[in-house]
Ligand binder design. Structure first.
Ligand code: G3H
Ligand code: ZN
Length: 271
């Protein structure tokens, strides 16, 4: 029952965790962790995660089936898609929403590519997020100084018709320490003029208190991946350290899943 449109989750609350799954253990941990927090959740699969699996359908169908069986509202979102073909597949599979990431392109090319995808998605009732002002770090090159200009953001949303906008406000992807310095003034300035929900990428680098403050200042969708993977891996590592002779993946992956589930409940509790 509770596979819901992403827009329903964001309309009903100020901030929501958008948590990235890598595989089936992550999917289970994210949904069970959200149930324990009694919180809705946006479950995301990135283009990179899809590439790891070789195709969207197997892991995407598993995520959709788990969402339909959940006891809380779950939206299933395609994250950081650069391939229009992958967006089409996600729409056909029944995803709640997609992020089309053309942020590496210059402004005019980003507008043109994003508008085309937004039209395709909206005809099919699928919510679309785009990015303006590249949040770096995905390729290991951190650029926390990147900033989205509020005037350009307003123009971009009007020109593309997107439903949500990822903005650069001081974060960078894949940070292993949680000490990013968020530009709260810019978040408030963007929130005041941009007519669609704002998305914070690279949220693993942000301390708990600053995540709460970011939601207060106007960020609506809080994307978290690396922090989840740190916890999952810590669970696996601890199990294997204690049980070096273990060979059944269910034992050590299960330990990772248990630890991830607890972190999901904790993070969703913040919002
Ligand atoms: O799109 C996903 C995120 O922006 C996650 O970034 O791995 O730094 O938490 P993160
Ligand atoms: Zn991201």
């Amino acid at each position: 029952m509770p596979l819901v449109p992403t827009t329903d989750i964001l309309a009903a609350r100020r901030g929501c965790g958008a948590l990235n799954a890598i595989g089936a253990e992550h999917v289970t941990a994210i949904i069970e962790g959200a149930e324990a927090a009694d919180s809705p959740v946006i479950l995301q699969l990135s283009q990179n995660a899809v590439r790891y699996h070789g195709a969207l359908a197997p892991i995407g169908s598993a995520a959709l089936a788990a969402a339909r069986a959940a006891k809380v509202d779950v939206a299933v979102h395609l994250d950081h898609a650069e391939s229009p073909e992958l967006v089409r597949e996600a729409v056909a599979l029944g995803f709640s929403s997609v992020m089309f990431d053309a942020s590496k392109l210059d402004y005019a090319e980003n507008v043109a590519a994003t508008r085309e995808i937004a039209e395709l998605c909206q005809v099919n009732g699928v919510w679309v997020e785009a990015e303006l002002g590249e949040v770096g770090g995905k390729d290991g090159v951190h650029a926390p100084g990147a900033r989205t200009d509020p005037g350009e953001a307003v123009e971009f949303v009007a020109a593309t018709g997107v439903d949500a906008l990822a903005v650069a406000v001081g974060t960078s992807h894949a940070m292993l320490t949680r000490d990013a310095a968020l530009d709260f003034e810019l978040i408030a300035a963007l929130h005041a003029v941009v007519p669609v929900p704002l998305v914070l990428h690279g949220s693993s680098g942000v301390a708990d208190g600053d995540l709460v403050e970011a939601v207060r200042a106007g960020m609506a969708k809080i994307n978290i991946a690396t922090q989840l993977n740190k916890e999952f891996t810590a669970g696996v590592r601890a199990f294997l350290d204690e049980n070096p002779a273990a060979v059944d993946p269910r034992k050590y992956l299960g330990a990772g899943r248990d630890r991830l589930r607890a972190e999901v409940t904790r993070l969703l509790g913040l919002f």
